[in-house]
Design a protein around this ligand. Structure first.
Ligand SMILES: [Ca+2]
Ligand SMILES: [Ca+2]
Ligand SMILES: [Ca+2]
Length: 604
């Protein structure tokens, strides 16, 4: 059945492929229309070029990362979208995949007020803060969104070398896409949409290109300015563009080389992805073809967009149509428990001497409606169902690395993800190496949502009186003679002897344990304390408890970090306190943090 579906999709692609039946590689400059995306794609030939700072450009201390200039060989030609990915093309992608962008999940994006970026709720690719036509470049897209689009379109993001090669358009040694003139004009013809007189009309005092008016304050329709030697437009300005590579200021090889570098792809591990080309908000300082900059992959703003590349096989002009994942189905492996409405003391317990400021003041919180919650943390098996149904790619997989515990701290390691977590996990273990975005996408699919922080602490207290720990007043997770949680214990200390653990307690598991190995709490839930720590819905505000409403508190309206509660297999007593608040950026992933979902209606 899968094969039949694939054949049908390929047949559709073949019907719209310009080169169907041809064995010849396309000539440079040949164009084709993308089957899915509707974009125009240009064939860029293989070749050798000089990458980096050109003579006469200076490239001072703040641009040392553009040196030394060095030869690069791109071993094969490729297709590249002629323009930045447009709003229209992105809309087709979203209609086809129901993709929710990072900005949409965050619930906010930065708005440029003329001096600085101000976090503002409700901004995303559909509403970036200014009017955009369908033919404008899509912005407010993260690197993850860009990667997902390019994959859907049958390609990938360009490497940094491919991007610079494409931007140079076959003309060697130029400082700018259009030549060496430090003004975006060639024979009186305007060359790019950047910070100009139009920009200054809205953002008085902003640094702009003097005596230049390109007619656009914000983004311009893709292709409003002349194409370069390869037939590509807007390689300078309009939207800046995500590249595939991790940024490394020392990415370029030091010293003389006999041979050009072949198809460089950047480092395996990093924190920031390369951005190229400058945007509508940038002046000439960002317009040099060799200019490199970067942002964290979850970044989204009104300046950065992207374009994709595609392998130049003869049959790939329109993009190979990928097999669609099966349509989303409800999870079969997750059990749900109904939690009654009620009220409880939230925050620091009086007798607890380890409380942090953000756990205070303690207050009575009411949850006015019953809700449903996963009995256990979402398991590897349930998460696999989700991935098979939706084709979801986790943040860790997109990053190409996650963190492993080396006995002292969490260190980045390539190839680690939920599929390959760095230690043994069976199907009923809690899934880890998942970001808040992954958790949020899973709960959407499961017909639910993440838990609010108040709901989570309510679950931790399990309907009992307020105590320091979810299981009682003492730091050892034993109650009624039964072990209560998988935490940092003697099992873990047998592997890492110097580790801080709960002395004398042995829960039998060094890393994660199968869901439900320990006693259920008063609400019938397992592993609320320990095993995997759990992402919550709420953003973090250290003062939230002083400001919050006490009935169904929803969490702050927005923030840069999301809450993590409950402690993990690597935590000893103090991090397992029921009121303890941990948080991180939503793109964070490690071997400690998983999640469970809530829903307001009974699962069907
Ligand atoms: Ca402009
Ligand atoms: Ca651009
Ligand atoms: Ca343990």
């Amino acid at each position: 059945m899968v094969t039949k579906g694939l054949l049908r999709v390929l047949a559709v692609a073949a019907a719209t492929t310009v080169f169907a039946g041809s064995d010849e590689l396309p000539r440079a400059g040949t164009t084709a229309t993308g089957a899915r995306d509707g974009l125009t794609w240009v064939h860029v030939p293989a070749g050798v070029f000089e990458m980096g700072c050109v003579e006469g450009d200076g490239c001072g201390d703040d641009r040392a990362d553009e040196k030394p200039r060095h030869a690069v060989r791109l071993g094969s030609g490729f297709w590249m979208s002629r323009t930045e990915v447009t709003v229209a093309a992105f809309r087709r992608f979203v209609a086809d995949t129901a993709h929710r962008t990072t900005a949409e999940r965050d619930g906010w994006s930065p708005f440029f007020d003329g001096k600085r970026l101000v976090t503002q709720p409700g901004l995303h690719w559909r509403t970036p803060g200014f009017a955009q036509g369908e033919d404008h470049p899509v912005v407010d897209v993260s690197w993850y969104d860009a990667e997902a689009f390019c994959s859907w379109a049958g390609g990938r993001l360009p490497s940094e070398a491919e991007w610079e090669y494409a931007a140079r358009g076959g003309a060697p040694g130029r400082r700018y896409v259009w030549g060496d003139q430090p003004v975006p004009l060639v024979s009186g013809v305007k060359q790019a949409n950047l910070a100009d007189d139009e920009t200054r009309r809205v953002y008085a005092g902003w640094k702009t290109v003097p005596w230049y008016d390109d007619g656009h304050t914000y983004t311009a329709p893709a292709g409003s300015f002349p194409a370069n030697g390869f037939g590509l437009v807007d390689m300078a300005g309009n939207a800046a563009e995500w590249c595939a590579d991790w940024y490394d200021e020392r990415a370029y090889p030091a010293g003389a080389r006999a041979e050009p570098l072949l198809d460089p792809r950047g480092p395996a591990v990093g924190e920031q992805r390369v951005v190229r080309g400058g945007s509508w908000v940038d002046d000439m300082a960002y317009m040099s073809v060799s200019r490199r900059y970067f942002d964290a992959p979850a970044t989204h703003n009104a300046f950065i967009g992207f374009r994709c590349v595609r392998e130049a096989r003869p049959d790939n002009a329109a993009g190979a149509a990928l097999p669609r994942p099966a349509s989303p189905a409800p999870p079969g492996t997750a059990a749900w428990v109904r939690v009654p409405a009620g009220s409880f003391e939230m925050g620091c317990v009086d007798s607890d001497r380890e409380c942090q400021q953000d756990e205070k003041p303690k207050r009575r919180v009411e949850l006015s409606r019953s809700f449903w919650v996963n009995r256990a943390e979402v398991t590897v098996e349930a998460f696999r169902d989700f991935v098979l149904a939706t084709g979801h790619r986790t943040s860790a997989e997109s990053d190409g690395w996650s963190r492993v515990f080396d006995g002292r701290s969490l260190v980045k390691q390539p190839g680690v993800s939920w599929r390959s977590p760095g230690f043994e996990q069976g199907p009923s273990h809690p899934v880890v190496h998942v970001s808040w975005y992954d958790a949020s996408a899973y709960c959407d699919w499961a017909g639910g949502r993440l838990l609010t922080e108040a709901e989570f602490e309510y679950l931790e207290r399990g309907g009992g009186p307020p105590t320091t720990y979810p299981w009682g007043a003492t730091g050892v997770p034993v109650a009624g003679g039964a072990k209560q949680a998988n935490v940092a214990d003697e099992s873990l200390r047998r592997i890492h002897p110097s580790l801080k653990a709960i002395a004398g307690y042995d829960d039998g598991y060094a890393f994660t344990a199968p869901a439900g190995t320990y006693a259920a709490n008063g609400l019938g839930l397992v592993d609320v304390a320990g095993n995997a720590a759990e992402w919550c819905l709420d953003s973090y505000d250290p003062k939230y408890y002083t400001l919050s409403i006490d009935r169904d508190p929803p969490g702050p309206p927005f923030g840069l970090q999301r809450m993590i509660r409950g402690g993990s297999w690597l935590d000893d007593a103090s991090n397992l306190r029921a009121s303890y608040r941990v948080r991180d950026i939503p793109a964070y992933h490690d071997p400690l943090v998983g999640f469970r979902c809530a829903r307001d209606e009974a699962p069907r």
